[in-house]
Design a protein around this ligand. Structure first.
Ligand SMILES: NC(=O)c1ccc[n+]([C@@H]2O[C@H](COP(=O)([O-])OP(=O)(O)OC[C@H]3O[C@@H](n4cnc5c(N)ncnc54)[C@H](OP(=O)(O)O)[C@@H]3O)[C@@H](O)[C@H]2O)c1
Length: 316
């Protein structure tokens, strides 16, 4: 089996310092031994009490979570094992210092906490494949959109500790907004462990499962509404004569700064907005235009439409 040369992959920079670690050994599909990990252990029997984290599916979201937990020092890269059918995405995990395999069951054999990060339509087949390797020691965390806790629990052995996570794309730059819900056999301890890990990827909150579709409408899809707004903001500046590259940069920084102020001051956005409005000034003139365009009602409708669609897709 060929190994990937260390190379940056778009949007997935290698972790500083990772290159100083020994290159991981590629594990083959047949479940071979790895010199560093030694003999296979039962899940939960980690060496030196270190948590081993697995990813079944090694795409963009899995890599974003892995990168976040490694960068935050929550899990050593060498204690992460990711599986995927092809080599397409595994090189990015190797660049991070993680181990890789083409065998999904091997991830269950070697790791206690396992993220399921394939596309949702593939997940039922993957669950059937890995179910025989799942024990009560495992903590199984699905990131698949629309796949309910009920479905996950039905397709895994009775008593499995299952949690369902809904991340958003900025998890890949560790500024995500993540919510998660517990299945009936997952307790406080599993929730606390998951929250601690995922806080490395941004904001992380436990919620009832019914909030997950709303989170999709607010934040999962919401990222796209913000990009649209950023684009429009910059285009306005371009119309007024500013070069596009500079306008895009300033628009992005404006969103970042405004968001940071909401989080750091704890003020309601309406209060912060009114602070910017000098009577008779520029901002109130601009806000009047946005109100004429029904910006608020349109955005509320967008959140409602995406939430409803997420619900419909989950029922299929
Ligand atoms: N991206 C987002 O913004 C976002 C937000 C919320 C939730 N999610 C959820 O996150 C999950 C992953 O999304 P993504 O964007 O990371 O997708 P992605 O980049 O397409 O990655 C999917 C991964 O699954 C692997 N895979 C395919 N078949 C498999 C199998 N039978 N066994 C094991 N792995 C298999 C793929 O393998 P190859 O590498 O060989 O192609 C790939 O590594 C989805 O369920 C999605 O709903 C994503």
């Amino acid at each position: 089996m060929t190994s990937h040369p260390a190379r940056p992959i778009a949007g997935r920079g290698a972790v500083p310092g990772a290159s100083t670690e020994p290159r991981p050994t590629r594990l083959s599909a047949g479940g071979p031994r790895d010199v560093t990990w030694g003999r296979r252990r039962r899940p939960g029997m980690e060496a030196r009490g270190e948590l081993r984290v697995g990813f079944v599916g090694a795409g963009r979201m899995a890599h974003g979570v892995a990168q976040g937990v490694v960068r935050a020092g929550k899990v050593k890269a060498a204690n992460i094992l990711a599986s995927a059918p092809s080599d397409r995405n595994l090189g990015a995990f190797q660049d991070l210092g993680c181990r890789t395999t083409h065998c999904n069951s091997e991830v269950l054999q070697r790791c206690t906490l396992v993220f399921l990060a394939t596309k949702p339509h593939l997940l039922p087949g993957v669950l059937q494949q890995i179910a025989p390797a799942v024990t009560r020691d495992h903590i199984i965390v699905s990131v698949a959109a629309g796949v309910t806790l009920q479905t996950l629990q039905q397709l895994l052995p009775a008593g499995t500790k299952v949690l369902r996570v809904m991340p958003n794309l900025p998890c890949v730059v560790q500024e995500g907004a993540v919510v998660f819900a517990r299945g009936s056999c997952a307790g406080e301890q599993e929730a606390a462990l998951l929250k601690s890990l995922l806080s490395a990827c941004g904001l992380c909150e436990e919620t009832p499962e019914s909030y997950i579709d709303i989170h999709t409408g607010l934040s999962g899809s919401g990222v796209a509404y913000v990009y649209l707004f950023a684009e429009a903001l910059a285009e306005g500046a371009v119309k007024m004569g500013m070069p596009s590259a500079l306008a895009n940069k300033i628009a992005a920084q404006t969103l970042l700064g405004a968001a940071k102020m909401i989080l750091e001051t704890g003020e309601h956005p309406a209060k912060l907005r009114s602070n910017v409005c000098t009577p008779g000034g520029t901002t109130i003139h601009a806000l009047h235009e946005l109100e004429k365009g029904a910006l608020r009602a349109t955005v509320m409708n967008a959140v409602e439409a995406a939430t409803t669609r997420a619900h419909e897709l989950g029922e299929r």
